[in-house]
Ligand binder design. Structure first.
Ligand SMILES: O=C([C@H](O)CO)[C@H](O)[C@H](O)COP(=O)(O)O
Length: 213
């Protein structure tokens, strides 16, 4: 199996801080995620800026689209996004719209399973429609209430769907190897990197731990 990719979640609201953090961690990560609060605050110009500065990196725009899937996602793919997210709770028509927009640009659509009641059914249905990535995700508010993504990750990887599986939700050095072993193809890390005294060192540590599995 290919080595898992490491995705850095850029969750600052500040445009320059976001570019600065991306620059610091770039040698150690594969994907820059422009987090939902960040993309809402800064808009599409941040996608263009990161695309221009980091042509070799993958860029995920965490739109968490809830309606008007094709219409909302298309300009972000046109601006250089490799992956956009759409909420599984939005329903199949909206997911289909983002998948259609992704395919038009040779890019990928990620279904975010956050707060989906029946994650297995949603994953099966959206994979069948051509979704490229399934996102197992315990959001920041759910994390604060003590939840983790580990059980859901096992439920989704054991389905053996023809998609890559991404996992997000408080992943840190002590848990990153467990999610690799559970079959995650994309490992999202936010606070454990941007909250560290040295984000570059923290990103390097995550990379070394992933590569050591
Ligand atoms: O997607 C996220 C959240 O919903 C805000 O947009 C985070 O980027 C994601 O949870 C990863 O961050 P950490 O949980 O801090 O690792």
């Amino acid at each position: 199996m290919a080595k898992p990719l490491i995705q850095m979640a850029l969750d600052s609201l500040d445009f320059d801080q976001t570019v600065g953090l991306a620059t610091l961690v770039a040698p150690h990560v594969d994907i820059f995620e422009i987090g939902t609060p960040c993309i809402k605050h800064n808009g599409i110009n941040l996608v263009k800026e990161l695309r221009a500065r980091f042509p070799e990196k993958l860029i995920l725009v965490d739109l968490k689209t809830m309606d008007a899937g094709e219409y909302e996602a298309t300009p972000f793919y046109a601006a250089g996004a490799d992956i956009c997210t759409v909420l599984g709770v939005s329903g199949l028509a909206t997911c289909a719209g983002v998948i259609k927009a992704a395919n038009a640009y040779g890019a990928e659509a990620q279904i975010d399973l956050i707060n989906v009641e029946d994650k297995v059914a949603c994953a099966r249905a959206t994979a069948e429609m051509g979704a490229h990535i399934m996102g197992v995700h315990t959001g920041l508010d759910a994390q604060a209430a003590g939840h983790t993504p580990f059980a859901d990750l096992n439920d989704i990887t054991r389905l053996g769907l023809n998609v890559r599986v991404s996992v997000a939700g408080g992943i840190k050095p002590s848990t990153v190897q467990d999610v690799v072993r559970a079959g995650a193809n994309i490992i999202v890390v936010g606070a454990a990197i941007y909250g560290a005294a040295s984000p570059a060192d923290a990103a390097r540590e995550i990379r070394e731990l992933v590569d050591a599995v």
